[in-house]
Every structure is written in structure tokens, then in C-alpha cells.
Design a protein around this ligand. Structure first.
Ligand code: COA
Length: 165
């Protein structure tokens, strides 16, 4: 198993894997109503979506785990600037490992590689998107030294046409 930077040719494999990880998550919260969700909405999900892939490719901070030429794990990250009192903040958007390959330290190696590279590129802090009930992900991050304080992000959908400002 090799951990290497994300390449253009990974698009199909990494897209399929990210969508299946997102679907796994939605399966739990939406009681498996994935099939009923609009296709164009699903197409826009994830860092590997058409709109976002290039940014994560160009960041130099996204990695894949490859076994026999198949993508079995991924991490998408980019550098953000002048945010949370930091000039350079490593933003980890999403990561996932194919269910068959889990508990083989693949996510640990992906996250470690991403953080190492981020630090090399000048990041002073790393932030990672984690759902509060995602125990495997929380344990993984803790293993690498991340901590979770009581901060949570409040969201407002600015595309909502009913939003009155
Ligand atoms: C979370 C996820 C990426 C972990 O991938 P993985 O390759 O299986 O993780 P690793 O084998 O590298 O595990 C590293 C550490 O994470 C923790 N961990 C991983 N899976 C765990 C689980 N099911 N339960 C508890 N802790 C877990 C452990 O501390 C583990 O160290 P250990 O094996 O020495 O106990 C994987 O379960 C996954 O893809 N889940 C679905 C997508 C997802 O939730 N992504 C995270 C979004 S932030």
C-alpha cells in the first residue's frame, strides 16, 4: 500500500470512494433515502466534486492510499490564510478509507502525511471537519494529537432564497 499525493488520474477512483463514504454517513442519518436525493445535488457533494477537485489537487496537501492501482483511501486538504488568528491554517475537508481496508492504519498514515506536508508548507495549525458523533474519526485524530474543544461551527445557508437579511 502506497501513500502518495493526489493526481488527476485518481479522479474516478477517489470520486467513487468519497461518494460511498458520504453515502455511508447519509445512510445513517437519512435512513437510507440516498436514492431519493436529487442527482445534481449529490454530484455537488464532496471535495472530489467537479467544482472542488482542482482546488484540492492544486493544494499539494491532498493524498491517496493506493493498493494494486486502486484508490483505497483519501484525504482532501488545503491551506487557508488569515483565519482563526493564523496566517496559514491547514484545513482538512474530508478523508475516508474503503471499508475492506479499515483498521490497517491507512487513515493514520494519510492524516500524518497531510499534517507533515502542511507544516512543511508553513501551516501553524490544522483544523479538521469531524461530525461530533463520528467515534472512529475522533479517535483517529486524537491518536495524532488533535484535540477537540467545545467549539462548534454555526452554519447559515446564504443560497437560501427565503433568507431575510
Ligand atoms: C474514520 C476512518 C477514515 C478511519 O480509517 P482507518 O484507516 O480504518 O483508521 P486507522 O486504521 O488508521 O485507525 C487509526 C486510529 O483511529 C481510531 N479508529 C479507527 N477506526 C476506529 C473505530 N472503528 N473505532 C474506534 N476507533 C477507531 C483508532 O484509535 C485507531 O488506532 P488503533 O488501530 O491503534 O486503535 C474510516 O473509518 C472511514 O473511512 N470512515 C467513513 C468516512 C469517515 O467517517 N471519514 C471521516 C470524516 S472526518
Amino acid at each position: 500500500m502506497e501513500i502518495r499525493p493526489l493526481k488527476v488520474r485518481d479522479i474516478e477512483g477517489v470520486r467513487n470512494l468519497e461518494v460511498s463514504c458520504i453515502r455511508e454517513y447519509f445512510g445513517e442519518v437519512l435512513e437510507n433515502k440516498w436514492e431519493e436525493l436529487p442527482e445534481d445535488w449529490k454530484d455537488g457533494l464532496g471535495a472530489s466534486s467537479r467544482k472542488h477537485f482542482k482546488a484540492y489537487l492544486d493544494s499539494g496537501l491532498s493524498f491517496v492510499a493506493v493498493e494494486d492501482d486502486e484508490v483505497v483511501g483519501f484525504i482532501f486538504a488545503q491551506m487557508l490564510h488569515n483565519i482563526c488568528d493564523e496566517e496559514n491554517l491547514l484545513w482538512i475537508e474530508n478523508m475516508g478509507v474503503h471499508p475492506y481496508f479499515r483498521r490497517n492504519a491507512i487513515a493514520y498514515k494519510l492524516l500524518r502525511e497531510c499534517v507533515r506536508k502542511g507544516r512543511e508548507m508553513g501551516a501553524t495549525v490544522a483544523h479538521s471537519m469531524i461530525q461530533g458523533d463520528n467515534v472512529p474519526s475522533i479517535m483517529l485524530h486524537k491518536k495524532l494529537g488533535f484535540f477537540m474543544d467545545r467549539r462548534e461551527v454555526a452554519l447559515l445557508d446564504l443560497r437560501d432564497e427565503n433568507l431575510r437579511l
